[in-house]
Design a protein around this ligand. Structure first.
Ligand code: PXG
Length: 451
């Protein structure tokens, strides 16, 4: 494989997501070629410890042949059929039943799509329909959080609170509002975390009262805000959010696209924080990234109204319930269950990783080391004694990311937060390797800053 020729073709023909494509064309893209367990290799032969599991998603690790076998078997038997026209396929039925078994409480109904973004588009449309068929069409407002991430479609990006995304495409679409997120490191002042958690949650009540409870359809939030930098809310936050939603009959949407399927050491993030959502979008870990799949999961109340009073749902995609994607998801969930990977995360590896992550938090460049299950962040700061950011935010994070890569470690940088989200099958030895490589990267970054 001539990597330079591949890079030339890539620069000439491939528009990358979330990239400055002109700068990337000059720099040349990294071509990944294979993966095994927690490692990937690039076309230059570099072996990289992928502490970010692709993009938060390769939960069972790379190279599991069972998923390819499941795809091949289904493709050969029936590569595709739709779920329209009173039809469906066995893998799709079995996956919907399995998700009902795994999801918390009375979340028993799945609408399948191809991505997390489409799951959130589905939720926006069907929740507005849910209230409209109950003679409350004006109860159509969604409330999300500034800097939240819920996808890249018109609705997904509008539900999210990323201003740079809103600036491309004339977003947010109407009747979507945002409140400040729970980020104690920057926003907590002298409050202890639990006091701050209640204060941050009550921003939702203020917003609902400002807009009018009769106008507010739902609140959407990630249990832990991933893309913005792993904002782990205080324990007091989500139970207070749930109390407020129940008080004003606002549907509670827990966006489990990252937190779902074992990332926190529970099957879902809502269980980690002890609240019961009405609705959950899922994607990523549902297939461990081996094949695209998303779903919007609804509880009995919402699905019941949509079934009994909703009439024909005027919503769905060609690949909604795709049998090959469903077959791969079923195999992925079988492995997660039978190898007790979620229990392994909770009882074995998350405690050990938390211990080593806290040690990294002692580095002179780190202002906070936060972690929940197998999802964490190192906040790089100019001065450990102050909870304050670098003047030019993002520059140090990008430097540390590139140095880590040179040491064979993939960490994601958002601003100056170094983000961690390894495959759930990471071993203690690989945690130690991650620690060693991360410490070296922090040291070299600090040295380049003259610290
Ligand atoms: C919480 C959440 N909800 C929805 C989506 C959208 O899923 P799809 O991408 O499958 O449409 C996501 C996706 N998360 C995501 C996507 C792209 C980049 C990054 C990053 O951390 O840089 C994170 C997500 O993290």
């Amino acid at each position: 494989m001539d990597i330079r020729e591949l890079q030339r073709l890539d620069a000439a023909h491939h528009l990358h997501p979330f990239n400055d494509n002109a700068a990337l064309a000059k720099r040349g893209t990294r071509v990944l070629t294979c993966g095994e367990g927690c490692y990937v290799w690039d076309a230059d032969g570099n072996k990289l410890l992928d502490a970010f599991a692709g993009l938060w998603c390769v939960n069972i690790g790379y190279g599991r042949p069972e998923l390819g076998a499941a795809a091949s078997k289904q493709m050969t038997q029936l590569a595709y059929y739709n779920s329209f026209f009173q039809c469906t396929t066995e893998p799709t039925i079995r996956l919907a039943a399995k998700l009902a078994e795994l999801a918390p409480g009375d979340i028993n109904h799945a609408f399948f799509v191809n991505s997390g973004s489409e799951a959130n588009d589905t939720i926006l449309r069907l929740v507005r329909h849910f209230w409209a068929v109950q003679d409350q069409p004006r109860k159509n407002i969604f409330i999300g959080r500034h800097n939240g991430y819920h996808g890249t479609t018109m609705a997904g990006a509008s539900l999210g609170g990323m201003k740079a995304m809103h600036g491309q495409g004339g977003l947010p679409i109407p009747d979507i509002h945002h409140i400040e997120p729970p980020f104690w490191f920057a926003d907590g002042g002298d409050l202890d975390e639990d006091e701050y958690g209640l204060l941050a949650a009550r921003r939702l009540e203020d917003k609902i009262l400002e807009l009018g409870p009769e106008r507010v359809a739902a609140f959407i939030g990630e249990p832990i805000m991933g893309a913005i930098g792993v904002y782990i809310p205080p324990r007091s936050y989500w139970p207070e959010i749930e109390r407020i939603c129940r008080r004003y009959d606002v549907l509670l949407v827990s966006d489990e696209v990252i937190c779902g399927f074992g990332r926190t050491g529970q099957w879902f993030g809502a269980q980690y924080f002890g609240f019961q959502p009405d609705i959950m979008p899922v994607a990523k870990g549902i297939t461990s990234g081996y094949i695209p799949l998303g779903a919007a999961l609804f509880n009995d109340r919402v699905a019941g109204v949509l079934k009994d009073a909703g009439g024909e749902l005027a919503h769905g995609a060609t690949y909604s319930g795709h049998p090959v994607c469903a077959a791969v998801a079923l195999e992925n969930l079988r492995i997660l269950e039978q190898e007790r990977i979620v229990e392994h995360v909770r009882d074995q590896i998350a405690p050990y990783l938390a211990q080593r992550w806290a040690e990294l938090g002692e580095h002179r460049l780190v202002g906070q080391a936060r972690i929940a299950g197998l999802m964490g962040a190192l906040e790089l700061v100019p001065d450990r004694g102050r909870r304050a950011f670098f003047e030019e935010r993002g520059k140090v994070g990008a430097l540390c990311r590139d140095i880590a890569l040179r040491h064979g470690l993939i960490l994601r940088a958002t601003w100056d937060s170094m983000l961690l989200s390894p495959p759930l099958v990471i071993t203690r030895a690989q945690v130690d390797e991650l620690f060693d490589k991360a410490w070296k990267a922090l040291d070299e970054t600090a040295a380049e800053l003259g610290k």
